[in-house]
Design a binder for this molecule. Structure first.
Ligand code: ACM
Length: 278
């Protein structure tokens, strides 16, 4: 199984961003990362701005260009000073579009940007759906893929990342539904990959109601083992030592290999529109 071990420390920082206070939220992330020994750390979706925008103007005002904006610059500085890789969610301004994006930064600076593909609920008002698909990055010790929150609900997201060779799925999140943390067991199991879900805590007002974020960030292993799970309302950093090579072995048993057993010739219908309905 899998050959020699290749150990690596991966984790997340979970906290409650203050809506609209980018400086404070970057400071908070830096403070949490300051005491962390890890090679790869994932921060939540929209970690620098908070989640509940109330107008397009507000979303425009809080968005930044990537890599030119101050948040990517701050993350790159932190990555350089600490010698780590960081994946973090932020609102990206590109021309007339605002994307719900995540950056990968390394000690050498900005390495890539993912734009959320599957927008959730009112995000569809402020953001444009991602137009770049799912990319995998080789960060030396391992290959990582990035997805953002609601992307998990679409099995294609994690599948494509795994087929492109991701060992670890970095999953920036602002989860409001209760299903994801357990649901990720299926994503990990069917693809035999690690996943780091970095969620936030706290509440933000949405219209007349409170939008409650569910915390419980986690690192999950390829056998759907919960390697670390945070509390539902704690400020917390979770780091786990993983053997990256465990994700390279897709054999389930002597006769089944998760990827070699795929019957791709029969999957063409996946690309056709929904034929059901009322
Ligand atoms: C979500 O996609 N932020 C629920």
């Amino acid at each position: 199984m899998g050959g020699d071990a290749r150990n690596m420390k991966v984790g997340f920082a979970q906290f409650e961003p203050v809506f609209g206070d980018i400086g404070r939220n970057i400071e908070k992330a830096e403070q949490l990362l300051g005491g962390t020994e890890a090679e790869l750390v994932v921060l939540p979706e929209l970690f620098n701005t908070g989640y509940v925008f109330t107008s397009r103007e507000e979303a425009v005002a809080l968005s930044e260009s990537i890599p030119g904006g101050k948040t990517t610059a701050a993350l790159s500085r932190i990555a350089r000073e600490k010698g780590i890789h960081i994946v973090a969610g932020l609102a990206e301004r590109a021309g007339d579009n605002i994307y719900n994006s995540a950056v990968l930064v390394s000690p050498a600076g900005h390495q890539g940007t993912y734009r959320k593909t599957h927008l959730f609920n009112e995000e569809t008002i402020w953001f444009t759906s991602g137009d770049r698909g799912f990319q995998v990055y080789d960060i030396g010790n391992c290959r990582i893929g990035i997805m953002i929150c609601f992307d998990w609900f679409f099995p294609e997201s994690a599948r494509i990342l795994a087929l492109k060779g991701a060992d670890v799925i970095c999953h920036c999140a602002n989860l409001v539904l209760p299903f994801c943390q357990d649901g990720m067991a299926t994503r990990c199991l069917e693809n035999h990959v690690f996943a780091v879900t970095a969620n936030r805590t706290g509440t933000e007002k949405q219209g007349g109601r409170n939008c409650l974020f569910t915390g419980r960030s986690q690192v999950m292993g390829p056998d759907a083992d919960v390697l670390y799970r945070a509390g539902s309302d704690t400020e917390e950093v979770g780091v786990v030592d993983i053997d990256v090579l465990a994700a390279r072995d897709k054999k389930l048993n002597r006769y089944n290999d998760l990827f070699k057993d795929r019957q791709s010739g029969l999957y063409g219908d996946l690309l056709k529109p929904f034929a059901g309905g009322q």
